[in-house]
Ligand binder design. Structure first.
Ligand SMILES: *Cc1c(COP(=O)(O)O)cnc(C)c1O
Length: 461
């Protein structure tokens, strides 16, 4: 065999590679259509070492053995995040259209970083971003990019915000503050502190009210103290633990009056703006300078995708464009290059699964699917309130329900949670609120039913 022929064996279309593609896509098809995928559970490393090691060899084990290993050993050691009983953290629930199209994104080797290379894909992603911007009340000139997740989305937005603040000082010839400050709620997501750490800026938290919401008044007090050291205020559109939406309207009024960047972290909750009955909770988002929402959370796309939107994409581009001789050919063009809008360079066109699913189903089905979670959260909250053994910690605003089992310690919750997973009925891990252990249902999947949630409550009696 010539060197070239040997080198190309994994890439060329041959009987062997065709069989490999068939084996993989057959499995993908079965998995995508499987009705009752079990919840499954993690296994200890030692156990996996015993049953799953040795797959990397000089000669390869072949596609069939590798897929068998995945299907029967590795996949069952991963919790099924789109199972209707998965109610921890923030579940995932990709549509059949979105998850199957994700394989097309891979099969197509689309480079989503530049217009020159990925114009068609970037155009389609932008269709989705513009639709979202419109739903959020942002101006037509708003635009952005799909990044890996809310953590990178928040970081990228804050980097753009600080860049604007720095630029303003440069242009005015004034001295920038010694330490930059980002203001957020005491209930803000951990990724804000993480971003601040990476950026080496300080976080000042403004106290959320008794209802968990951050208000303009609380932010004003911090702004008065920190003056022009503040380069951004972060409001949360649906906290992860409770689904609480800050009083964004009063915060936006303040950031506009003081000309401070307003970022909305809506990774989980902003999807509820698609639903008329909850849209009003988010008044003020239309004034944001940047916004994020994760399609892999409540917009039914597969992992991983965060839609990051900027009011002024040109400013974000100035903050993020990487410059290098080999990139000049791209960056010197006036094209829309998604790479230039966030902390990234090479990028998967990770917005395409959502684009395909939205194009397939239309937006109304999305509104209905999000509303399902909101309605179900209210119904199960009522049921919890009716049960003497349980206590509702707070009325749900979106689709997260937090409650306690009266008289239980953290160890009781943990035992119960382990048994629930063992029974394969549900995955509900304890959380905490104000130092007290609590339980939490995060409802995303339209396949999650009242019947299932009641069945889970029954195990708490
Ligand atoms: C999930 C979440 C994040 C982080 O998003 P990732 O996609 O997990 O990186 C940030 N903020 C909020 C409010 C979230 O719910």
């Amino acid at each position: 065999m010539s060197d070239q022929a040997a080198a190309a064996r994994m890439h060329e279309t041959s009987a062997e590679s065709t069989a490999t593609v068939d084996v993989v896509l057959d499995y993908a098809r079965r998995r995508a259509l499987f009705e009752d995928v079990p919840l499954d559970e993690p296994r200890a490393r030692e156990e996996l070492e015993r049953v799953a090691s040795g797959s990397i060899t000089d000669g390869g084990i072949g596609a069939q053995r590798a897929i068998d290993l995945f299907e029967h050993v590795l996949a069952p050691a991963c919790i099924t995040t789109d199972h209707p009983g998965y109610l921890s953290f923030i579940p995932s629930a990709p549509t059949k259209a979105a998850l199957s199209f994700d394989t097309v994104v891979s099969a197509s080797s689309v480079y989503g970083g530049s217009w020159m290379e990925g114009a068609g894909a970037v155009f389609a992603e932008n269709e989705v971003l513009h639709w979202l911007a419109h739903e959020f009340g942002l101006p037509a000139a708003a635009g952005g990019v799909f990044v890996q997740g809310g953590t990178i989305g928040n970081l990228s937005a804050l980097v753009a915000a600080r860049d604007r603040a720095r630029r303003r000082h440069r242009e005015a010839g004034t001295r920038a503050p010694e330490r930059w400050v980002v203001v957020c709620s005491s209930e803000a997501h951990s990724s804000i502190a993480s971003a601040a750490d990476i950026m080496d800026v300080d976080v000042r938290t403004a106290a959320a009210g008794a209802d968990g919401r951050l208000s303009g008044d609380a932010v004003a007090a911090v702004l008065d103290e920190c003056g022009d050291a503040v380069f951004a205020v972060v409001a949360t559109g649906g906290t992860t633990n409770f689904g609480i939406v800050d009083d964004i309207a009063s915060i936006a009024e303040l950031t506009r009056a003081r000309d401070v960047w307003l970022h909305i972290d809506g990774a989980y909750g902003l999807a509820a703006m698609l639903v008329p009955r909850t849209r009003g909770l988010f008044d003020g988002v239309q004034h944001a300078d940047s916004v994020i929402v994760d399609p892999h959370k409540w917009l039914f796309a597969p992992f991983d995708a965060c839609a990051l939107l900027y009011r002024d994409p040109a400013g974000a581009r100035a903050a993020h464009t990487q410059r290098a001789e080999y990139l000049d050919h791209l960056t010197d063009k006036p094209d829309w290059n998604p790479s230039d809008l966030a902390v990234q360079l090479t990028r998967r066109a990770r917005g395409l699964p959502l684009w395909f699913s939205l194009a397939t189903h239309g937006t109304q089905q999305y509104r209905d699917a999000v509303e399902h979670g909101i309605v179900l959260a209210r119904d199960i909250a009522d049921e919890i309130a009716r049960r003497p053994a349980l206590g509702l910690v707070r009325e749900p605003q979106l689709s997260v329900v937090v409650f306690r089992r009266e008289g239980w310690t953290l160890a009781d919750y943990q035992d119960w949670s382990d048994r629930l997973l063992e029974s394969q009925k549900g995955f509900v891990v304890p959380s905490s609120h104000a130092g007290e252990p609590v339980l939490r249902f995060a409802i995303i999947s339209p396949m999650t039913t009242m019947g299932l949630l009641v069945e889970i409550l029954d195990t708490l009696e």
